[in-house]
Design a protein around this ligand. Sequence first.
Ligand SMILES: NC(=O)c1ccc[n+]([C@@H]2O[C@H](COP(=O)([O-])OP(=O)(O)OC[C@H]3O[C@@H](n4cnc5c(N)ncnc54)[C@H](OP(=O)(O)O)[C@@H]3O)[C@@H](O)[C@H]2O)c1
Length: 331
Amino acid sequence: MTTQRQWLINGQPRGRAVTEDDFLLHEAELAPLASGEARVRVQILSFDPSQKGQMENVGYAAATGIGQVMTARGIGEVVESRCESLKVGNKVIGQLGWQEFATVSPTSASVVPDDELLTARLGPLGGTGLTAYFGLLRNGHPEPGDMLVVSGAAGATGSVVGQIGKMMGCTVVGIAGGQDKCAWLTDDLGFDAAIDYRGESVKARLKQLCPQGVNVFFDNVGGTILNDVLARIALHARVVICGGISRYQADVLPPGPANYMNLVFMRATMSGFLMTDYAAESPQALERLTAWVREGRIRYREDMQEGFERIPATLLRLFSGENFGKQLLRL
Ligand SMILES: NC(=O)c1ccc[n+]([C@@H]2O[C@H](COP(=O)([O-])OP(=O)(O)OC[C@H]3O[C@@H](n4cnc5c(N)ncnc54)[C@H](OP(=O)(O)O)[C@@H]3O)[C@@H](O)[C@H]2O)c1
């Protein structure tokens, strides 16, 4: 094989929604490997809302440009190697990109065991799990008996947050779109209650489910859901801003939450964080998360799409809420 297919960035979706037209299918020659490099056949790709931010060049991610291969984390297999530590047949994880073959080095990809937790390393045992872990434990400071509310609760991050919250002794209410997702939270993951924001009044249900107020709010969504929860925070509440996906596809950014003055009345805090802030502590956190997954205390769901052609369409599933669990794609 001397050529491969790639998806290149073809637009900068700033101040507008990302669409499939922002990507261009391209065929490229495979370059010979330099010493210290290995060629990886890309097998599974991870999809993350921050990929849109990467294309806009906002936030924390490395800048991207039109014409470059779309960046993405993924798992693949080494098929050719000029590197001692990356052997043919090894499974590796790293920034592989939207392409059939990636050229990697030991600094851009690491070998992972080819076991039953292989794909979980892109989800609850990867960045997603670490975001939930550090966001909740270091920023939310959950205490036994606390009322914890999670938005985006049936998503990759939110579903782990709620389960860690249960282990910490909280009462956990999830907010998610649709009855199926809500039933999964309460019936399979042990959430105490779930609010279907598409079919129910979030305001009314919060009043009913959280009569003493909300001690910790883990927000993945922003917008009206954030505003509704702010109206119900308890004294000294911790509002953790993990993300604001309701605004990622908006043309015009909405004004800030009208109920923010409740932070004053309730002497509450609202803080943002990035998972990368905790890189030094990630190995210990991953050990803990792995034990919880193996013990069945953290359960997860993967939404595995199929086919190289479907890569751009799969990214869009995150913004329409079509994904049910961690969004992945097998090439
Ligand atoms: N701070 C950090 O370091 C960090 C790291 C990773 C991720 N994040 C953030 O964490 C959040 C979740 O990311 P994820 O990777 O776990 O994705 P995810 O939750 O698995 O997927 C995104 C979900 O967002 C929900 N959603 C989409 N548009 C929405 C809208 N307009 N209103 C309400 N909900 C909407 C959908 O669920 P429904 O069907 O329930 O609508 C969708 O399934 C994102 O905001 C992301 O930016 C932050």
